[in-house]
Ligand binder design. Structure first.
Ligand code: ADP
Length: 887
């Protein structure tokens, strides 16, 4: 036992003390069990207060030895009875019928007023007490009232009473206070629960709305089917607003009317009626709302100023209407409406929701309009682009035809085929030819660019030897570079071989870069071409020590018609299209073209394209032979020219080709010896001053070798040393300059001239072109017969059986395609070779139509006179039809 307690002296006799302690214990136990019962009730009846108050009052009466008790709860600004126990039924009815305001005249009123526990020892004797009727009915004397206080407000009062005068002691007051606290907990529980319930309700609604909005946005963004989207929207609008039906109208500005787009929850008859009436913007309920730009509610259609739309709705039994305008900025797009069969207005949040749906409809309608416009524009663009292509194709034909004459005749004049020109004349004719070529280049590039832009430039991919292509490219600019003392070098990595590419187009790119490099490099500079394999890409760089390109020009030079600074522009060569086209062509190959440069120091243009051929080099890819170089041909009975001066060699080729010989050329003595052994030509034309091996040495060796001793050698030299020549075994000796006649005569004395007629039939509707071909071919021994139309041409070919036919494609009467068909169908001329030269844009379809039936197909104006002579000679002497057609 606690010694301090034991030390406390107590005057009460021991058995009384035991009694009191026992009673206290019982009280405490009872109190505890009452409290736990109240708490249990609170736990059970989460939403109902009455059972809690009943438990409270019952226990309070019992534990306080009271005769009755009641609980009042604040309701508005008065306190109303919740539960009561004790007292007669009349009293209970009185309590029920008399809610109590704040004030000193009643117990509850006084507790509410003073916000604290109030005890009235004797209601009958209290001067301020006024509730005498109640007091008489119940017969109470002593009253105790305890407040239930929440945040400074008395939300309820618990009262207990005795019909005798006997004030409640402290213990009893504490007890009731405990019960009041529990009652308060119950009240707040219920309030919280209600709030929670309301919140979850709101939340659920919001979730529904969000889901609907999500669905609608998805419909708007995923579907271009406007009807489907608007249907979704009006359905959701009706569902979410809890109305019975709705519609979406689209506004038609040209008539200032709303047109029904879709309905939901609407009878077929009403839908029909709504489609047929004219809902004008200024004269209707929905129109006025649209102008105002705000939602409007017609709570009762019976009391609404009637319009066509509202009348129709009323006739079909609708009683209320909400309209939300669809607007884009100030423009009216339409209206979204929902309606009910009963009168009434929608709450604000619902209208806000409808406004959101309305803006979604606006987006949907607008999307659909934009899409329609886009489709229209695309169609128009397609037509325009077709027209443009047709225009370009015909324009290029119209331009190329006269250009062909300009270039061709100036070439003929410059080749002195009809006599000498004086210096001035030569200069002017040269200018005419250069301008013509420039124009032709321009036309070709414009056409190419327009093809790339229209997506119609197709690549003819084949395995192409990049080293060969680069070598040929360098060879083509070599002459010009030499003239300016510019060193050109080529360095190709050993592991770089064939790549998958369009040979002609890639050659165009290489040539563009190379000729730019030479063009923009001052005399005695250098141009270095390097090619290597980097990560499966063939990388080709052309570096020059030229004028360089200013920072500001670097991107612009890749744009069409952009030519660099003033210097470049004042240079008359160049079209400003080359780089644009090159970049496009490399792009089509899946590669990249770029440039680095420093002004005054030089530029490097580089492209990289995927090699595209698996290693070992693709077997499946057809190997397209690089276009044969001039001396690549070998034919039995050819004439070999060993001559290191290119101009002389070219001239001899023209003369010999024209006479039907097949010509091979070399500029080196040793190579000449090797070629004689390999080709066994019918004759050799030999220069004396040669690199490698002199003409005398070569002649000596040929005559010493039994395999070559019989081959006649014609010496053509600046030196007149006939004696030595004949002594060493030469058959003929010519002193330069050599004319055609003399060469052919000398050759003719050694070898029998090539057999066969030398007749060409030219079929072309352009008299200038006929004249041009004649001017080129007649001087070298061809008999040129002309026909100005297909019909006449076919006749001429049948009658003459020429060695070659030169044919134009576009002609007024019987066109070139038909001429080819007729000649190929006629056994008597089926084997006469045909060369088609046209100024028409050559399409893949043309290729297909002519494939296998002709020997050669080319664009007019691409040949210089010597090349035409070469081509015709070659085709005429070819044993079978050879073709430059892709397989
Ligand atoms: P162009 O036919 O005029 O050469 P391009 O498209 O090939 O057309 O080139 C456009 C311009 O880019 C040229 O006019 C020139 O100013 C500049 N350019 C191209 N290559 C070089 C280079 N290697 N050095 C300096 N400038 C160059």
């Amino acid at each position: 036992m606690d010694p301090a307690v034991a030390a406390q002296p107590d005057a009460t006799p021991p058995d009384q003390r035991v009694d009191r302690l026992t009673r206290d214990l019982a009280d405490a136990l009872e109190q505890q069990s009452a409290t736990s019962q109240v708490l249990e009730t609170i736990g059970r009846s989460a939403l109902e207060l009455r059972p809690v108050f009943e438990t409270v009052v019952r226990h309070a009466i019992r534990l306080c030895a009271a005769d009755g008790g009641y609980v009042h709860q604040l309701n508005g600004d008065v306190y109303r009875l919740e539960v009561a126990r004790g007292g007669r039924p009349e009293f209970l009815r009185y309590l029920e019928e008399h809610p109590i305001p704040q004030g000193p005249g009643t117990l509850v009123g006084r507790v509410a007023l003073e916000k604290r526990t109030v005890q009235i020892s004797d209601a009958a004797a209290d001067p301020k007490y006024e509730w005498h009727r109640g007091q008489q009915l119940a017969g109470f004397r002593t009253l105790l009232g305890v407040p239930m206080l929440a945040e400074g407000h008395v939300v309820g009062v618990i009262a207990v009473w005795r019909s005798r005068v006997e004030p409640f002691d402290d213990r009893e007051i504490r007890l009731v206070t405990t019960f009041a606290a529990q009652g308060l907990i119950a009240i707040q529980n219920v309030r919280l629960f209600r709030e929670l319930e309301q919140r979850s309700g709101e939340l659920a609604r919001s979730v529904d709305e969000l889901r609907a909005l999500g669905e609608v946005s998805q419909a708007v963004s995923l579907s271009l089917d406007l009807d489907e989207v608007l249907n979704t929207i009006v359905t959701r609008a009706v569902e979410l607003s809890g109305t019975d039906g709705g519609s979406i109208f689209e506004y038609e500005p040209s008539t200032a009317e709303f047109v029904l787009r879709t309905c939901f929850g609407t009878s077929a008859e009403l839908a029909e009626a709504l489609s047929s009436i004219r809902i004008r913007v200024g004269e209707t309920f929905i129109g006025r709302a649209a102008i105002a730009g705000e939602a409007a509610q017609a709570e009762d259609l019976d009391r609404q100023p009637p319009d066509l739309h509202i009348e129709e709705l009323r006739r079909h039994g609708w009683r209320s209407l909400v309209t939300v305008p669809l607007r884009r900025e100030r423009e009216i797009i339409g209206a979204l409406t929902v309606r009910s069969k009963v009168p009434g207005a929608l709450p604000k949040p619902t209208v806000a929701l409808l406004e959101t749906l309305a803006s979604q409809s606006t987006v949907a309608i607008n999307n659909a309009r934009v899409f329609r416009e886009l489709e229209d524009k695309t169609r128009q663009l397609e037509v325009a682009s077709r027209h443009k292509s047709e225009f370009l194709a015909s324009m290029s034909h119209e331009l190329r035809t006269p250009l062909n004459s300009v270039i061709g005749f100036s070439d003929v004049l410059l080749d002195r085929m009809f006599g000498e020109l004086n210096e001035r004349q030569a200069e002017y004719v040269g200018d005419i030819r250069d301008s013509g070529r420039h124009l032709l280049e321009l036309i070709n590039e414009i056409l190419d660019l327009s093809k790339v832009e229209a997506g119609r430039m197709d690549l003819e991919l084949a395995a192409v030897s990049l080293p060969d292509l680069l070598t040929q490219g360098v060879a083509m600019v070599r002459e010009r570079a030499d003239r300016h003392g510019i060193a050109v070098s080529l360095d190709v990595a050993a592991d770089l071989g064939r790549i998958l590419a369009d040979e002609l187009k890639l050659r165009q790119v290489v040539l563009n870069l190379l000729s730019n490099a030479v063009k923009f490099t001052p005399d005695r500079g250098s141009v270095v071409v390097t090619a290597s394999l980097v990560d499966g890409n063939a990388k080709v760089s052309v570096r020059d020590t030229g004028i360089g390109i200013a920072e500001s020009e670097r991107e612009r030079i890749f744009e069409a018609f952009q030519r660099g600074g003033r210097e470049a522009r004042s240079n008359k060569e160049g079209t400003g299209l080359g780089l644009t086209l090159s970049r496009q062509i490399i792009g089509l190959h899946g590669g990249r073209l770029w440039m680095e440069s420093e002004l005054g120091v030089g530029s490097t243009f580089t492209f990289a394209i995927p090699v595209g051929i698996p290693s070992p080099p693709g077997l499946a890819v057809p190997l397209k032979a690089t276009t044969p170089m001039r001396d690549g041909r070998s034919a039995a009975g050819s004439v070999l020219v060993v001559e290191d001066d290119r101009r002389s060699a070219d001239l001899m080729r023209v003369y010999l080709d024209g006479a039907g010989y097949t010509v091979s050329i070399t500029g080196d003595g040793l190579e000449g010896l090797e070629m004689v052994r390999r080709l066994s030509p019918r004759a050799v034309i030999l220069d004396i001053l040669l690199p490698g091996l002199s003409g005398w040495d070569l002649l000596t060796r040929l005559k010493a070798d039994p395999a070559t001793a019989a081959i006649p050698v014609v010496i053509a030299s600046m030196l007149d040393e006939r004696g030595a020549g004949f002594a060493l075994g030469a058959s003929e000796y010519l002193v330069k300059p050599i004319d055609r006649e003399a060469l052919l005569d000398a050759l003719g004395r050694c070898v029998a001239p090539p057999k066969g007629k030398r007749t060409v039939v030219v079929i072309d509707d352009d008299p200038l072109d006929l004249e041009l071909v004649e001017a080129v071919l007649a001087p070298v021994g061809w008999t040129v017969l002309c026909a100005t139309g297909g019909e006449e041409g076919v006749e001429l070919v049948r009658r003459e059986r020429p060695s070659v036919v030169l044919l134009d494609l576009l002609m007024p009467d019987v066109n070139g395609f038909e001429v080819v068909e007729r000649l190929r169908a006629d056994p008597s001329v089926v084997d006469v070779p045909i060369v088609v030269l046209t100024s028409k844009e050559i399409t893949p379809a043309d290729h297909e139509r002519l494939a296998g039936r002709i020997s050669f197909l080319a664009q007019k104006g691409t040949f210089q006179p010597a090349e035409l002579i070469d081509l015709v000679g070659r085709v005429a002497s070819a044993p079978t039809i050879q073709s430059n057609e892709p397989p």
